[in-house]
Write a protein that binds this ligand. Structure first.
Ligand code: FES
Ligand code: FES
Length: 166
C-alpha cells in the first residue's frame, strides 16, 4: 500500500534575526516548527491550547501563543524566541539578569514565556506599577515562584533600562 503523500508549504521567515526557508506541513503549529524544525526548544509546550503562556513568542513584535498559530502563518514574519534575547557572546539580556538576581525562576518551565511577556510589557509601559506588571504577566502561569519574585524582577529591570520588542 502506498504511503499517503505529505504536502508541505514553503515559508520564509526571520527567526531571532536569521532568515529561514522551511517546508512546513499545514497541520503543524508554529511551536512544532520552532522546536522540531529549528531546534529552538525555549518555547515550551505546556497546555497546547492557549492557556498557560509557556509557548509565548514575539510575532512581528507582538506576544502570541505559538501553540495557537499554524507554522505556515510564520511565512513573512519576524519571530523572536527566548533564544534571541541574550547577546551573541552569551551576555544575558537585562531582563534575564533581573530574573536571575530576584530568583524569578525555579523549574524554568514558564520562564521563556514570562521573559517575552515582560519584554512586551516594558516596551509599551517603561515604568509600570506593580499592579500593571501583575496584569502584564497575567497570561503566563507559573507553578513555582508564587509570582512575587517575577514581579520584583520586572520592576527592577524597568528601573534599569529601556526595552523594545524589535
Ligand atoms: S502551550 Fe501554548 S498557551 Fe500553553
Ligand atoms: S518557575 Fe516553574 S513554572 Fe515558573
Amino acid at each position: 500500500m502506498n504511503e499517503p503523500t505529505v504536502h508541505r508549504w514553503p515559508i520564509r521567515c526571520t527567526v531571532n534575526g536569521s532568515v529561514q526557508h522551511l517546508l512546513v506541513e499545514p497541520r503543524r503549529t508554529a511551536l512544532d516548527v520552532l522546536r522540531d524544525e529549528l531546534g529552538l526548544t525555549g518555547a515550551h509546550a505546556g497546555c497546547e491550547h492557549g492557556v498557560c503562556g509557556a509557548c509565548t513568542i514575539l510575532f512581528d513584535g507582538e506576544p502570541v501563543r505559538a501553540c495557537l498559530l499554524f507554522g505556515v502563518q510564520l511565512d513573512g514574519a519576524a519571530v523572536t524566541t527566548v533564544e534571541g534575547l541574550a547577546a551573541a557572546d552569551g551576555t544575558l539580556h537585562p531582563l534575564q539578569e533581573s530574573f536571575s538576581a530576584h530568583h524569578g525562576l525555579q523549574c524554568g518551565f514558564c520562564t521563556p514565556g514570562m521573559l517575552l511577556s515582560a519584554l512586551d510589557l516594558l516596551a509599551h509601559n517603561p515604568i509600570p506599577t506593580e499592579a500593571e506588571v501583575r496584569e502584564g504577566l497575567g497570561g503566563n502561569l507559573c507553578r513555582c515562584t508564587g509570582y512575587q519574585q517575577l514581579v520584583d524582577a520586572v520592576l527592577d529591570a524597568a528601573r534599569g533600562g529601556t526595552y523594545d520588542c524589535t
